[in-house]
Design a protein around this ligand. Structure first.
Ligand code: ADP
Ligand code: MG
Length: 461
């Protein structure tokens, strides 16, 4: 199979961007799907999380994009606003050299007025979540008459979340003659149904999943009762000492309880559930991303669609109810050649589920089951994440750039840029990750100082 992007019929701007991004080889799904998309066919592509599906449809959209006007021609529907934001910024990244490309996101949970404003300016590409999209379409704030590319990302998740009706309804507003592209990590039957009702002669493309099976080591821990989970969790963490992990729980109440338990044991973590507002979610994600948190404790809904990589482990505090969900959860660890651990607690009544989750594996080995009694009770676990996040009370509004913050911190404190992590500049506030041992020093030296001639406040986020 040819893995080079060179032989694809891509416009020069895209070829240049791919080489700037140092994308030299296509992933398996990319080499199978991109040529078919460029020929204009409908496809349904199934490939595991992290296999580069965004680029597949990104190139499909951008290669034929007409940037001489701002007519909406591509619609990407995603299950969550985090995913929509992520997809939009990926597309913008790929579109860097194609002048006048506009991508806007239309998602629930944020101001509609704002979105209506950006719709008035127009854009060729909209990335959004089903509910808000449908609302604005019905209010005639969005017209889908010019749609050429209709894309569903994480179609399996959207089906699980009950978005099917919204999606079907949105599709009715699009022209018949268009290219429909569906993407998914798993392949539930309902995707086939959705495909036959929307797509036209769709080509099904599926990559082999074996890579993920080798790279993820699944471990199951049988407990006598759900009540034993908390103490077992602490023992498990003490034994395996993962540095970066997600714990999945069934409900918001459980996430809060588990999060408190971790914090009581000195493990810096945050819970993620549907009740957090957009801002709170972003802060939590940013902290996890810049390594100021060791762990996230999340419900499926909250964790859905997030591209959080580099995890050493995921822990199913509560088992998911479906195999697809299980595969999706464990797919977050063991990416990009790193072996990941996936732990699952279960009680006797759930044995059938565990069997189902493992049914494509040859057989479960004894080593796949962990006996809590074998875990060392004495170990103390209070690992601190390497970084912590500070806020600075200035942002884009003050024309602040990452270099200004970096320069000011290095200048005032003498620490090197190695101790400074990701910098995020928002409208009126910025966040910077600082090596944990240097954080107090930075705060002490920076408070009451100025950046770009403006007084700042600084502190722990
Ligand atoms: P998926 O949607 O399949 O879960 P993503 O599209 O989010 O995966 O891609 C995962 C990561 O891989 C992204 O950071 C993306 O920029 C990167 N990526 C995609 N294709 C390539 C490639 N051919 N070479 C290197 N990196 C790639
Ligand atoms: Mg994706």
């Amino acid at each position: 199979m040819n893995k080079s992007f060179e032989n694809l019929e891509l416009r020069d701007e895209l070829k240049k961007t791919l080489s700037d991004l140092e994308f030299t080889e296509m992933t398996e799904i990319q080499s199978l799907a991109i040529p078919v998309i460029l020929e204009g066919q409908d496809i349904t592509a199934i490939a595991k999380t992290g296999s580069g599906k965004t680029l597949v449809f990104g190139l499909g959209i951008l290669n034929s994009l007409d940037s001489t006007n701002l007519t909406l021609s591509s619609l990407v529907i995603c299950p969550t606003r985090e995913l929509a934001d992520q997809v939009a910024s990926e597309i913008r990244k790929f579109a860097r050299l194609i002048k006048n490309t506009k991508v806007i996101t239309i998602c629930g949970g944020t101001s509609q007025i704002h979105q209506e404003k950006s719709l008035e300016y127009g854009s060729q590409i909209i990335v959004g979540t089903p509910g808000r999209l449908l609302k604005l379409i019905k209010e005639k704030k969005i017209s889908l008459k010019g749609i050429k590319n209709f894309i569903l990302d994480e179609a399996d998740k959207m089906l699980d979340m009950g978005f099917i009706e919204d999606i079907m309804e949105i599709e009715k507003f699009t022209p018949r003659d268009k290219q429909s592209l569906f993407f998914s990590a798993t392949f539930p039957e309902r995707i086939q149904e959705l495909s036959s009702s929307i797509q036209n002669n769709s080509k099904f493309i599926k990559t082999k999943q074996e890579e993920s099976e080798i790279l993820i080591s699944e471990k199951f821990i049988e407990l006598l009762s759900h009540k034993d989970k908390e103490s077992s969790l602490i023992k498990l963490l003490a034994e395996y000492k993962p540095q970066r992990f997600i714990i999945f729980c069934r409900t918001k109440i459980i996430t809060d309880k588990v999060n408190n338990l971790l914090n009581d044991h000195g493990i810096i973590s945050e819970s993620m559930h549907g009740d957090l507002d957009q801002n709170e979610r972003n802060v939590v994600l940013r902290m996890f991303d810049n390594q100021s948190l060791s762990s996230l404790v999340a419900t499926d809904v909250a964790a859905r669609g997030l591209d959080i990589g580099g995890l050493d482990a995921i822990i199913n505090f509560d088992l998911p109810s479906k195999k697809e969900e299980y595969i999706h959860r464990i797919g977050r660890t063991g990416r990009a050649g790193n072996k990941g651990l996936a732990f699952s607690f279960f009680i006797d009544k759930q044995r059938k589920l565990v069997d189902e989750f493992c049914e494509n594996r040859f057989e479960l080995e004894r080593s796949d089951f962990i006996d809590v009694m074998d875990l060392n009770e004495e170990q103390e676990y209070n690992l601190l994440p390497p970084m912590c996040t500070l806020y600075i009370s200035r942002g884009k509004k003050d024309k602040l750039r990452p270099g200004d913050i970096l320069g000011a911190i290095i200048g005032e404190t003498g620490i090197t840029d190695k101790s400074i992590g990701k910098i995020n500049i928002l409208n009126i506030i910025s966040y910077v990750a600082i090596e944990r041992s240097k954080a107090d020093l930075v705060i002490d030296n920076m408070k009451n100082k100025k950046i770009k001639k403006k007084n700042i406040k600084i502190g722990f986020a």
